[in-house]
Write a protein that binds this ligand. Structure first.
Ligand SMILES: Nc1ncnc2c1ncn2[C@@H]1O[C@H](COP(=O)(O)OP(=O)(O)OP(=O)(O)O)[C@@H](O)[C@H]1O
Ligand SMILES: [Mg+2]
Length: 393
């Protein structure tokens, strides 16, 4: 098995940090050298692992390093000239220095630093596995798309014979002054785009990078996780595993209605992202804190399996163009009999499926091009759901 990058994502509070940490413990136990990257200023991971963050790298176990990065310091360290340039640019337009610094450190910029750190650690060859515990929500995945988008923009600009910085620097050279500074900025820009291009290759290689999506048995975290999976597909990122965390077990004096409600969320999750495997982890009675509890959680989650395994490679939806139509195809789990209804709810497509156990609803966030089309027919054929959309001109 080659070196791997595992990215855990999901809505706020679903258990990303706990599961990232548990996975790291399990991997270290199996003899892998593991780095767990956190950009969370609240240091929650350190709390779960019961370590103090005293420097950038904290040795949790002989083979497990926790790497805490401060994205702002990282920007300043690596891209000083570029960030100062942005700050000065804002100041030129009358924005005071404090605010100018805040604006220069917009979330996307700073969070991307976490990703560049992952790349740096992966490339260093020091670690067999680099784990990233992302910021909450499906939006976190946009950070992974950013390199892909930037790379394609940069390629086009290079083809046209100019760079973003060179053009803006030329326009604003009066503000920022010396030629050597402009030179330094362009060097940094080159470094930035080179790193970003490498990153996009690495994150779209399913043998290297796996996105693992976590949800809890509730409507909003399942919606968020399904959205992450659909968005990942559009950008060729491979989601190989999903985890339904904090599942209540029968026999814990849980009212029957709660368990029934929970089962609906579990089924919807499984149906919505089929055939990506879904693992269930129970709600442990106490806070998951300390190496032993994390080890126990990892045991339940992975059992005898090696967490570096690629659990699944492939897409859950397929969209093709046919004349004035788009055809969307999706594999369905066993037990689905027919498609009852398909309609738009805001930006999302709601698909009601008839199953042996009753009606199952599947909510699918759609790529922008399909939002501009109208669903016309939907049917189930050979365990496949087919939806035809007519283009709206
Ligand atoms: N399986 C579980 N059983 C019991 N408690 C759990 C379980 N998983 C997570 N928790 C608890 O839920 C809380 C949130 O977990 P965690 O911090 O890992 O979530 P997160 O997704 O990283 O949150 P954030 O989005 O804020 O970063 C913690 O108190 C944690 O101990
Ligand atoms: Mg967290």
């Amino acid at each position: 098995m080659g070196r791997r990058i595992l990215v855990f994502t999901g809505k706020g509070g679903v258990g990303k940090s706990v599961i990232s940490a548990a996975t790291a413990v399990k991997l270290a136990d199996l003899g892998y050298n593991v780095a767990l990257v956190s950009t969370d200023p609240a240091h929650t991971i350190a709390h779960y692992l019961e370590v103090q963050i005293s420097q950038e790298v904290v040795k949790v176990l002989p083979r497990f390093d926790l790497i805490y990065i401060d994205p702002v310091l990282e920007v300043v360290k690596k891209f000083r000239a570029m960030s100062e340039y942005v700050v000065e640019w804002f100041r030129k337009y009358g924005i005071d220095e404090v605010l100018a610094y805040e604006l220069a450190m917009l979330p996307m910029v700073t969070e991307s630093m976490g990703l560049l750190k992952v790349l740096e650690l992966y490339e260093s060859g020091t670690y067999d596995v680099v784990i990233m515990d992302t910021i909450p929500s499906a939006e976190a995945l946009r950070l992974l798309y950013l390199p892909l988008i930037l790379t394609s923009i940069n390629k086009r600009l290079v083809k046209l014979g100019f760079s973003i910085m060179r053009t803006t620097a030329r326009m604003l050279s009066l503000v920022i002054g010396t030629a050597s500074r402009i030179g330094r900025m362009m060097e940094e820009e080159q470094i930035f785009f080179d790193e970003v291009a490498k990153l996009s290759q690495i994150v779209t290689n399913p043998e290297i990078t796996s996105i693992r999506v976590i949800a809890n048995p509730d409507t909003s975290s399942v919606d968020d996780a399904v959205k992450s999976v659909s968005l990942a597909q559009v950008f060729n990122l491979n989601v190989d595993l999903a985890i339904m965390n904090r599942v209540l077990r029968n026999g814990q004096n849980i009212p029957k209605e709660w368990l029934e409600e929970q089962e609906k969320h579990v089924q919807r999750f499984i149906t919505s992202i089929y055939p990506i495997p879904v693992k269930l982890t129970p709600a442990l009675g106490t806070e998951v804190k300390g190496i032993e509890k994390l080890r126990k959680l990892a045991e339940i989650l992975y059992g005898e399996e090696d967490p570096t395994k690629v659990y699944y490679i492939g897409k859950i939806i397929n969209i093709r163009e046919e004349g004035d139509k788009y055809i969307l195809e999706m594999n369905l789990p066993p037990g689905i009999l027919d498609c009852e209804d398909v309609f738009f709810q805001g930006d999302e497509l709601v698909i009601q499926l008839k199953s042996e156990r009753g009606l199952v609803e599947k909510i699918l966030p759609l790529p922008t091009m399909l939002k501009l089309a109208k669903p016309e027919t939907a049917y189930v054929e050979k365990r496949k759901l087919v939806i035809e959309f007519r283009k709206v001109s």
